[in-house]
Design a protein around this ligand. Structure first.
Ligand SMILES: [Ca+2]
Ligand SMILES: [Ca+2]
Ligand SMILES: [Ca+2]
Length: 295
């Protein structure tokens, strides 16, 4: 009995070692909705989980990583880790698919059998550009391979459940964002405020405002009231890379109540305006909150 337990323990340790030595990120792709489609390649599986294969595609805050698989073309490499830690340059071996934080894809994936697949062929305003929705996680649009033609991401069967944001120093700020703005993992943390605008570097990360620009931070810029102070219109600064909540409370020590708008994507541009109803009260506080999408 003891021998069996010991063998099981050793086997478990070995399996753990094998899994960690392979080192592929856990796929963020939905277990059911995991397919893109190409007329010439057939279904392309973004979460091809078998014990001997990479785990699939992981959507990160500013890039994608991992492998997709199609029976007709084999493995498709979406990139490993960008050399600079946040964005593939797509020069030399530093190739892969980037996402701009708002879900728009660019860059290149590579299949040993069919060559490059281009995600960066379209401008952000093109309705056919390859992308995913920050609220639903649903993919849409097309990528293009010179050898196999269009790959349809929007066949209705491809969705990411989450965006993975590794935070190796555990300060609440994703590694990629720290490397993008500070080039290291040590300068920014939950209490630092590099530009002294009153918004901590952690808060600037959560709102995706510029931590080195003191005029860029999340704030309400306009508010008006109607219907005998039971309805308000609020305008606040916003970024296309975040989703938002508007909250209200009768007391600063009271739990905040999310507005009936729920969590929503911002307007295009640099500000967002919404109106909503709230209970009649002698006083009420309001705030705008940014939230990491698909967390
Ligand atoms: Ca961090
Ligand atoms: Ca700041
Ligand atoms: Ca700032």
């Amino acid at each position: 009995m003891k021998t069996t337990q010991l063998q099981l323990t050793l086997l478990t340790i070995m399996l753990g070692w094998i899994a960690s030595s392979i080192g592929h990120a856990q796929s963020t792709i939905d277990a059911t909705n995991k397919y893109a489609y190409g007329a010439n390649t057939g279904w392309i599986n973004f979460r091809h989980n078998t014990p001997t294969s990479p785990a699939g595609i992981s959507v990160q805050g500013s890039f994608l990583t991992g492998f997709a698989y199609a029976a007709n073309t084999g493995w498709i490499n979406f990139g490993t880790t960008p050399t600079n830690g946040h964005t593939f340059s797509n020069t030399g071996s530093d190739f892969g698919v980037n996402q701009d934080g708002a879900g728009n894809l660019s860059g290149f994936a590579y299949s040993a059998n069919t060559g490059w697949i281009n995600f960066g062929w379209a401008v952000v305003s093109n309705p056919d550009r390859p992308r995913f929705d920050l609220v639903t996680g649903n993919f849409a649009g097309f990528a293009y391979s010179a050898n196999t033609g269009w790959v349809n991401l929007g066949s209705g069967y491809l969705q990411t459940d989450t965006i993975s944001r590794p935070d190796s120093d555990g300060d609440g700020i994703a590694d990629a964002w720290e490397r993008l703005h500070f080039l290291n993992l040590t300068a920014a943390n939950a209490s630092s405020d590099f530009d002294k605008d009153g918004s901590s570097d952690l808060s600037e990360y959560l709102a995706d405002t510029n931590p080195k620009n003191l005029s860029d931070y999340l704030r309400v810029t306009f508010q008006s009231f109607a219907a005998a102070y039971t309805q308000t219109t609020m305008t606040f600064t916003s970024k296309p890379t975040r989703v938002y909540r508007l909250e209200h409370s009768p007391n600063l020590n009271h739990p905040w109540t999310n507005s009936s708008l729920g969590t929503f994507a911002p307007d295009g541009g640099t500000t967002t305006t919404r109106n909503f109803n709230f209970p009649s009260d002698s006083r009420r506080f309001f705030r705008a909150c940014a939230q990491l999408p698909l967390q």
